[in-house]
Every structure is written in structure tokens, then in C-alpha cells.
Write a protein that binds this ligand. Structure first.
Ligand code: APR
Length: 314
């Protein structure tokens, strides 16, 4: 019996639950939220789509953590999204409170679960979830790099005219200002990105990727992106549930890779039944390694902000 819980039945959570259910890789997907009726209504609606779409996964909507008991993987989306003009950091205090509360309740019923955090600010919320849960670090990871890489791939496809499915794009670092898109690891039709686009164009795409979330927030006016984010989170869950060993850019606990340790940072990792099975140290240019170090310093500073709030569960 495999069971996945999605905490937060908002835009991100509901689309993640839908993608997971339609992928038909779990016996049960539970959606939970503090709003009464919301997860139950969404679950009923999704379940009724099963004969049309053709999948068996049963979706349960609940406000009671007892129903999440024995989850193998949990995706934490609970929290407020950004409004136009807000940075992810502006969400820190309120979302820290929510994530602490959610993780404490989850651990009561699913002490063995693997936690995938998507609530922003991502790097801090992932750190917080790891500390509050007390789980081994490889069982707590954050979704950011899959999404940022997908955005980068979309922009590369637009600029080159190449088939979106022929593009490999990688972003590392933080989910924010110190995001590190990695042109040296990007490929178009199997060839280096630098052969397809000039340096100025690549820089423009890198900048647009870095502010890719804000661009969508600005257009939507209320709420933040969820289609690509939920696709990214669902892909991570699938890799873990199926123990696929797929390599993905994720926010993971570093232990000396690239000379960086003791911080949650976007790196390439193999995902499997244990969560983060291995962090890969793919060769990077000097500039890219320097940018990764800069991102690590920035995240460490922001984790300090979190500690100032006194909500890190310690
Ligand atoms: N427990 C469970 N659910 C909660 C809690 C809580 N303590 N607090 C808030 N929620 C729920 C809200 O009721 C709401 O249904 O979280 C949901 C958030 O949904 P949206 O407002 O639609 O936000 P969404 O777009 O899903 O983003 C969620 O992901 O990308 C990040 O920055 C984004 O941190 C935000 C998160």
C-alpha cells in the first residue's frame, strides 16, 4: 500500500494531488487543509474523474491528520503564496508558523515519511521542516530546481525554436535571487547550449528564469504559479515512490559537495525510496561553482533570519 499526503488544498496542493492521482502510482492520495470541506470537495471531484481519465488511485480529503497516518511521502504546500511585489522572503514569518505546525502533526502519524517541501521561502522552509521533524536529512527535501529548470528549458525552447522535449536545462543554488542557472550543463538536441545561443541571449534567459516566479505572480495578480510547480513536485514523488534513482535538481542537505556543507541548497541528486539517495557533483565552471558558494552563503544568512524568529523548533 503506498500512500502520499499533500498538505494544503490550495492551487499548488490540489494540482499536485490531481497529477499524482492521475499518474496512478499510489494506492491513496490524501489532501488535507485547515479549511473545512475544501479537501473533501476536491477529493470527491477528483475521484469522480477516475472512470473518465482511467486511473484507480483513491483521493481522500480531510481536515484530520489521523487520515494521513502511514504516509510514505508528504508534499507540504500549506502556506501563503506571494502577492505582486512581494519576495518569497516576505512570507517567512507566517509560513514558518504554518510549516512548524504542519510538520509536528504529520510526524505524529507518519514518523517514517519522506517530506517534500514546496512552501516558500523554499530553502528556509525545507531547513525548518528538517529540524522540526527530526528526520534524517536525506528524508527531507525541497522542490525548486525541477521547476526553475523547467522554466529555463521553456525559455531556451522559445529562443532556439527547438523542441521543448529535446532540451536539458539545469538550475542549482537557491530558489530566489541566488538561483544558479547552469548553462554549461544545458543541452539543445544533445549539443551544448553555447552552440545554439550567444552569451548575451543566454544571460537574458538566465535573468528571466531567475525571476520566472515573479513574472507569473505579476500576471496573475492573486496567487502564484502552480501548473509547472505541481508537475515538478509530482515528478519528485514519483521518483521516490518508484525508487527510480532519477537524477533531478532538488533542494537537498549538502555534506561537502562542491566544498559546501551544512546547508539546504539546490543540487543535482538521485532520488529513490530513501529520499535523496545521492548528491551528484557534476563538473561545473569556476563561475558556476562560485555562484553556488554565494547561494550557500545567502541561504545560511536567511536561515539565521529564521532562527531570529525563534520558530525553528529548537
Ligand atoms: N495546514 C494546512 N493547510 C493550510 C494551513 C495549515 N496550517 N495554513 C494554510 N493552509 C492552506 C490554505 O488554507 C490554502 O488552502 O494552504 C493553502 C494554500 O493555498 P493557496 O493560497 O492556493 O497557495 P498555493 O498557490 O497553493 O501556494 C502554496 O506554495 O509556491 C508556494 O509560495 C507558495 O508558500 C506558498 C505555497
Amino acid at each position: 500500500m503506498s500512500k502520499v499526503t499533500v498538505v494544503g488544498a490550495g492551487k499548488y496542493g490540489s494540482t499536485t494531488a490531481q497529477r499524482l492521482a492521475e499518474a496512478d502510482i499510489a494506492d491513496e492520495v490524501v489532501i488535507t487543509d485547515i479549511v473545512e470541506g475544501l479537501p473533501q470537495g476536491l477529493a470527491l471531484d477528483m475521484n469522480q474523474s477516475r472512470p473518465v481519465v482511467g486511473y484507480r488511485t483513491l483521493v481522500t480529503g480531510t481536515n484530520d491528520y489521523a487520515d494521513t497516518a502511514g504516509s510514505d511521502v508528504v508534499v507540504i504546500t500549506a502556506g501563503l503564496p506571494r502577492k505582486p511585489g512581494m519576495t518569497r522572503m516576505d512570507l517567512l514569518e507566517v509560513n514558518a508558523g504554518i510549516v512548524t505546525n504542519v510538520v509536528n502533526q504529520l510526524m505524529e502519524y507518519s514518523p517514517e515519511a519522506i517530506l517534500i517541501v514546496v512552501t516558500n521561502p523554499l530553502d528556509q522552509m525545507t531547513t525548518l521542516a528538517a529540524e522540526v521533524s527530526g528526520l534524517p536529512r536525506h528524508k527531507v527535501l525541497g522542490q525548486a530546481g525541477m521547476l526553475d529548470s523547467a522554466r529555463f528549458a521553456h525559455f531556451i525552447s522559445g529562443a532556439t525554436g527547438a523542441d521543448i522535449l529535446d532540451i536539458e536545462a539545469v538550475t542549482l543554488g537557491s530558489h530566489g535571487a541566488t538561483m544558479v542557472p547552469v548553462p554549461s550543463l544545458c543541452k539543445v538536441g544533445g549539443k551544448p547550449l553555447a552552440e545554439a545561443l550567444d552569451a548575451d541571449t543566454i544571460d537574458e534567459l538566465v535573468d528571466r528564469t531567475r525571476s520566472g516566479g515573479a513574472e507569473i505572480v505579476g500576471l496573475l495578480k492573486t496567487g502564484s504559479a502552480y501548473y509547472a510547480p505541481s508537475a515538478a513536485a509530482a515528478a519528485m514523488v514519483e521518483a521516490i515512490l518508484t525508487d527510480s534513482g532519477a537524477t533531478m535538481p532538488v533542494c537537498a542537505w549538502t555534506e561537502g559537495q562542491y566544498g559546501i556543507e551544512g546547508v539546504y541548497l539546490g543540487v543535482l541528486a538521485k532520488l529513490g525510496a530513501s529520499g535523496v539517495a545521492e548528491i551528484l557533483e557534476t563538473p561545473l565552471t569556476e563561475t558556476e561553482v562560485a555562484a553556488l558558494h554565494e547561494a550557500a552563503v545567502a541561504v545560511k544568512e536567511k536561515v539565521e533570519d529564521l532562527r531570529q524568529l525563534g520558530q525553528d523548533g529548537e
